[in-house]
Design a protein around this ligand. Structure first.
Ligand SMILES: CCCCCC/C=C/C(=O)SCCNC(=O)CCNC(=O)[C@H](O)C(C)(C)COP(=O)(O)OP(=O)(O)OC[C@H]1O[C@@H](n2cnc3c(N)ncnc32)[C@H](O)[C@@H]1OP(=O)(O)O
Length: 365
């Protein structure tokens, strides 16, 4: 590189730093990590500080990102930094910006959960396809709110489904990583309280609850299925509960419902060993009501649900009540116990290692 080009690059670097301050949209943690790493590499060279402790999530993620740049020359890091900032500038921001809601468009929340009501059906849709519909803390709260509203609206049945290729990849693993070391215990406690309230909302839901599983399902969205009244799956759906791999333990009352549904041996394969089931296997084990070919899935399922939603609503409720009411007390007790156990798991080294593995996979630059 010529001296002129290098000088120009230094100036660009300075401009890029200023441009970054003008960004109107948060570029997200992953990009911020890349920017951090490139800045450090450009100004200080290869990573030269001791590795932070495993519990120091944020500094550890920053260190990992910087360290991953190895011996990348300062000039290249500077150029990469300039290129990255320029890709985030307002002109390239516009295409991904969410349109502001019109004044009369009632759309509270993040739009990561979309609730609609039509033909006697309230549909609650996971709408975060770029993250495989992973569930953030605010999405848990929105779902609790949506279930409370659906329990008293005019619809006959309530349906969960996902937008995009996944039903949902379960808990957003970054829910636990943006935490400072001295608030880990409090975060785990709050998450446990939120989880308990979330699962309680499913246990107590008074109308038929249906899952339309449009693609792979992971973690909590699988365990909850034991609390649903019908589960329809596309033949491209899979069912995966990798709790041991994550240093965690089952929730959603699955430690009770799964052995009842499929027997203890099959439940253990899923919940302890993390065996992923195909839709056909999940149907054979009683977790799924029926599997449809992907090509006709949406049409067949929604036609059927519209027919079911025309049935007398009180009768639907009363029949559900008869089927489920004997179990409610037990389910609440199981939920409480699972949340207590999970709270402890989230503080364990096994769980922290698993979260760090996920984060470092993400921050490979
Ligand atoms: C109040 C707290 C309650 C807690 C309740 C306890 C709940 C427990 C669970 O649900 S355990 C299950 C947790 N989920 C996972 O372990 C899945 C993690 N994700 C993956 O393994 C993979 O992403 C995948 C198999 C789902 C999809 O793989 P692939 O097709 O290769 O896509 P990407 O990995 O590139 O994913 C695209 C994009 O989405 C991000 N993402 C996907 N899933 C999650 C997730 N669960 N949490 C956070 N982010 C997720 C992924 O990182 C990519 O993001 P990027 O484009 O890199 O920014």
């Amino acid at each position: 590189m010529s001296r002129t080009a290098m000088r120009a690059s230094e100036k660009d670097f300075e401009n890029a730093r200023n441009q970054l301050k003008l960004l109107t949209k948060d570029p997200g943690n992953e990009v911020k990590l890349k920017l951090y790493a490139l800045y450090k590499q450009a100004t200080e060279g290869p990573c030269n500080t001791p590795k932070p402790s495993m519990l120091d999530f944020i500094n550890k993620a920053k260190w990992d990102a910087w360290n991953a740049l190895g011996s990348l020359p300062k000039e290249t890091a500077r150029q990469n930094y300039v290129d990255l900032v320029s890709s985030l500038s307002p002109s390239s921001e516009s295409s991904s910006q969410v349109k502001p809601a019109a004044a009369n468009e009632k759309q509270p929340g993040s739009e990561n959960i979309i609730v609609t009501s039509q033909d006697g059906i309230t549909k609650i849709m996971f709408n975060r396809p770029s993250k495989k519909n992973a569930i953030t803390t605010s999405m848990y709260k929105e779902i609790i709110h949506a279930l409370k509203a659906a329990s008293t609206d005019n619809s006959a049945i309530t349906v969960f489904t996902g937008n995009g290729d996944y039903y949902s990849s379960g808990n957003d693993l970054t829910n636990f990583t943006d935490v400072s070391p001295n608030s880990i215990e409090e975060t785990a406690k709050n998450a446990s309280i939120l989880l308990r309230e979330f699962v309680d909302a499913f246990i107590d839901f008074p109308k038929p609850l249906v899952a339309v599983i449009n693609g792979p399902a992971v973690g909590i969205v699988v365990t909850l299925l034991g609390l649903f009244d019908a589960v329809y799956a596309s033949d491209k759906a899979t069912f995966h509960t990798p709790f041991s791999e994550l240093g965690q333990s089952p929730e959603g009352c699955a430690s009770y419902t799964f052995p009842k549904i499929m027997g203890p041996a099959k439940a253990a394969e899923m919940l302890i060993f993390g065996k992923k089931l195909t839709a056909g296997e999940a149907c054979a084990q009683g977790l799924v009501t029926e599997v449809f070919p992907e090509s006709t899935f949406q049409k067949e399922v929604w036609t059927r649900l519209k027919t079911y939603a025309k049935l007398p609503t009180n009768s639907l409720r009363i029949s559900k009540e008869l089927i489920r009411s004997n179990e409610k007390e037990k389910l609440h007790a199981v939920n409480a116990e699972e949340c207590t156990v999970l709270q402890g798991r989230w503080l364990s080294e096994e769980c922290m290692n698993a979260l760090m593995n996920f984060m470092s996979r993400k921050s490979k630059l």
